[in-house]
Design a protein around this ligand. Sequence first.
Ligand SMILES: Nc1nc2c(ncn2[C@@H]2O[C@H](COP(=O)(O)OP(=O)(O)O)[C@@H](O)[C@H]2O)c(=O)[nH]1
Ligand SMILES: [Mg+2]
Length: 216
Amino acid sequence: MKIPVVQKVLEANERIAEENRRLFEKMNVLVINLVSGPGAGKTTLLKRTIEGLKDLYRFGVIEGDIQSTLDAERIASTGVPVVQINTGGACHLDGNMIREAIDKLDLGALDVLVVENVGNLVCPVEFDIGEDFKVMLLSLPEGDDKAFKYPLIFHESRLLLINKMDLLPYVEYDIGKMCQESRKINPHLEIIEISCKTGDGLPSWFNWLKDKVNKR
Ligand SMILES: Nc1nc2c(ncn2[C@@H]2O[C@H](COP(=O)(O)OP(=O)(O)O)[C@@H](O)[C@H]2O)c(=O)[nH]1
Ligand SMILES: [Mg+2]
């Protein structure tokens, strides 16, 4: 009997992701898998978060991109350890890529590891990397119909951050509808509205993160 290849790949990934998760637990590192479409503001959010909380926690970052080290360079400017993964075409990070990247990090010297996944709302959802939480980021210019189009990421995420709230006067976006449709898919989804530009809402996100580190 032939087993479909995709299933085998996913099974292998689950096993490696579970090993990663055990290692993160042992080293007491909280791991966030940050997922969004391209340009929603992942790297900007990460920089703001590190700048806001670096006196409290020791951060590390894994940057996932198809190519380039642009985002890793932006993060490196904050002084925290960062590893860039270039997937060479793959639209997501997987457990094995993360396993290789953490070899290059001193996990014992970290409290929080944030993984910026490759920018899209589809493929990263399929691949567990051993994270504690998936956090998804949407931004106003992308439109308020994403829950209908990409339900799985809403289902799998613990927190939805709605970014670029400073653009609300300039775009058509129904926040109420967005929240309602998101919670139809995932009634437990927490939602925080933020602007990485003005800083609005960031304290609530920082508190969410602090709560998760403290419960670790
Ligand atoms: N107006 C506005 N622009 C933002 C905000 N956050 C990020 N941006 C901009 O959005 C663009 C993409 O941000 P980036 O962090 O590179 O997105 P990523 O591709 O998800 O990592 C950049 O030009 C940012 O300056 C925000 O809250 N408001
Ligand atoms: Mg980025």
